[in-house]
Write a new protein. Structure first.
Length: 110
């Protein structure tokens, strides 16, 4: 079954979040800042997209969450990648590589 445009975008967000969480657990706002900073302000993840994605990832077992204190002493949910999430990250990276190679081939064809 082919992925729709929304599925591809959703999969990309999952890839970005899992890659971000591969190093250390983070709360949601820190995840958005990390992605924005690493992408040099090109990628901006809105809360309306991030938190449903994190909830979905928690439901499917690719991340776990627990309450903790943020850098500014506020209560926040910290997300940690699970073993299932590590497997999913490897699969998502392979899919991303295939997709980017296919797009590059089409762009270079002319």
């Amino acid at each position: 079954m082919r992925k729709s445009k929304n599925d591809l975008l959703q999969g990309t967000l999952t890839l970005l979040v899992l890659k971000t969480l591969a190093r250390v657990p983070m709360h949601g706002y820190r995840i958005t800042l990390h992605i924005q900073m690493v992408s040099k302000d090109i990628l901006r993840v809105e809360e309306g997209s991030l938190y449903p994605a994190l909830h979905r990832m928690e439901q499917d077992g690719s991340v776990s969450a627990e309450w903790g204190m943020s850098e500014n002493n506020r209560r926040a949910r910290y997300y940690r990648m699970s073993a299932k999430g590590r497997k999913q990250l490897a699969e998502e990276e392979k899919n991303w590589e295939r997709l980017t190679q296919a797009v590059a081939q089409v762009l270079e064809f002319a």
